[in-house]
Design a protein around this ligand. Structure first.
Ligand SMILES: Nc1ncnc2c1ncn2[C@@H]1O[C@H](COP(=O)(O)OP(=O)(O)OP(=O)(O)O)[C@@H](O)[C@H]1O
Ligand SMILES: [Mg+2]
Length: 250
């Protein structure tokens, strides 16, 4: 709609509550095809709630969600998945007693070949119970399940949680490859610098509102700026406006 590049995922003015509590306030964002868009923010900023709102897991009180020109607003989650929206949820677990391949096949109609192509490690372990996979392999499987139906866009929430740095780097490479294959990726990540390396556009959420929207390169290596976006500007008193949950440096 007049934008220079047509975003494959277009979210406009979406507000999402948790129960009775409004958490995400009139957020707009776009994901261009074949790129990684990075969504950052402190713990509790509302990142997962926003993704849940986009995927239809949490009802949006207002706003619109459009995927490749099709309106998803108000549709149930499975219909959004059918329309091409994959979602690798935060802390999602695998079905431990099913084999790796069964985990993929119960997640939707599709061809596991693309998943094995992206994650060759999984190819070699198809017939193993998912419980026997390493933590990194289980996370690959969680992402693989979001890919099985051949999505146009995939939302990935905190895939690095609890994984060793070497595994995290490996996963980042795969996310980059997804984008190279034309998929739009919306990546929520606590390792901001790693995500900013592979991302094109970045958003920072604070208290459920977008406080930064711009190219990833503007935030790369800019720790102080990022901290300010996360927690609020330091005032004359030397107090962060949104402080109270930080509990020290990190
Ligand atoms: N199921 C829920 N019921 C009630 N409140 C919730 C629920 N889930 C999250 N919240 C609240 O909504 C706010 C945003 O949480 P959310 O999980 O979206 O943040 P986040 O940015 O994903 O944080 P994190 O980085 O810890 O994953 C928090 O104040 C949280 O306590
Ligand atoms: Mg979260």
């Amino acid at each position: 709609m007049g934008a220079p590049v047509d975003d494959v995922l277009d979210v406009r003015d979406i507000s999402v509550s948790r129960g009775e509590v409004p958490v995400v306030h009139e957020v707009s964002l776009g994901v261009a095809p074949g790129t990684v868009t990075v969504l950052l923010g402190a713990n509790g900023a509302g990142k997962t709630t926003l993704l849940d709102g986009i995927a239809g897991l949490a009802p949006a009180a207002s706003g619109t969600v459009t995927l490749a020109g099709a309106t998803l607003t108000g549709l149930p989650t499975y219909r959004r998945a059918q329309a091409g929206l994959g979602y690798a949820e935060q802390a999602r677990t695998v079905f431990r007693t099913l084999t790796l391949e069964q985990n993929l096949l119960v997640s939707g109609d599709g061809d596991p070949a693309m998943v094995y192509d992206i994650f060759p490690e999984l190819d070699r372990r198809r017939t193993l119970p998912a419980a026997n996979l390493s933590g990194g392999e289980q996370q690959m499987l969680v992402i693989g399940r979001a890919l099985i139906a051949g999505p146009k866009v995939v939302l990935i929430d905190e895939m690095s949680l609890g994984l060793a740095p070497v595994v995290v780097r490996r996963l980042m490479g795969s996310v980059r490859e997804l984008a190279e294959r034309g998929i739009g990726v919306l990546l929520v990540e606590q390792f901001a610098n790693l995500a900013l390396e592979i991302g094109t556009r970045a958003y920072v959420l604070r208290k459920g509102r977008v406080v930064f929207d711009g190219p990833c390169e503007e935030l790369r290596g800019a720790e102080d700026r990022l901290h300010e976006f996360y927690f609020g500007a330091v005032t004359d008193d030397g107090l962060a406006q949104a402080a109270g949950t930080e509990g020290g440096s990190s």
